[in-house]
Design a protein around this ligand. Sequence first.
Ligand code: ADP
Ligand code: MG
Length: 247
Amino acid sequence: MLELSFGATTILSMSTRNDSAEFQLNHALEIQGVKYRYQKSSELALSIDSLIVARQEQVVITGRSGCGKSTLLHLIAGLMEPNEGVITVAGSSMSRMSGSKRDQFRGRHIGMVFQTFHLLNGFTVLENVLAALMFSEFPRSEHRSRAMTLIENLGINTPNARIQDLSVGQQQRVAVARAIACSPSIVLADEPTAALDPEYTSVAMDLLQNACRSIDASLICVTHDLSIVDRFDRQVSLQVPSLQERA
Ligand code: ADP
Ligand code: MG
């Protein structure tokens, strides 16, 4: 096992498949020297010296509640800015972008699947996927057919059903369809199986991982569910910074 020290946070890289020079040139995500505090005076919520994810690589980030998993995903998605350090997705840093450019970049390059899905209630399956395509580089004339193909490929046969009328399992499929709609470079999943019945976990993970493979996207999935860890190329274990280290 490779042990790496990342300042206040220690990350253990349990295994890695990609350590070639080619990997260095082909990364989807690069994090260097990142620190984040929620308020100026508060403790460090996250500190990572270096984390690199290759294109198409599927990484699972584990760690107990409060260790900074969701914070990390929010930072990667450019929803919050690190206090220090640099995050690049597909070679670009969102810190240097204006708000609208950042939204556009996020829409095109980053897909997200949340624990509670965050779908648009009151709207249909099709409308939810079309909404994701608003930022895409696909011509508007192709949006509808692309959305319908995605919906069908993910095994949803009710494109006109409203979100609130779907089962949790079906909602998860819509969340995956929405996440990959723009063919992003990277998909971020925050506890994607936490709301599901345990017997559906394997099906849901197959769905998410195969969807990422189908568009050659990297997947970064955070979870406290150790039963899904073996499905990934690499596990990164995020430790809660000790109170002393965080101060
Ligand atoms: P995880 O997802 O691993 O459970 P989080 O990233 O949610 O952990 O939280 C990391 C740390 O940041 C925790 O100490 C948590 O209390 C703190 N934190 C999370 N969200 C906020 C917030 N909005 N304001 C202040 N502190 C927060
Ligand atoms: Mg969390």
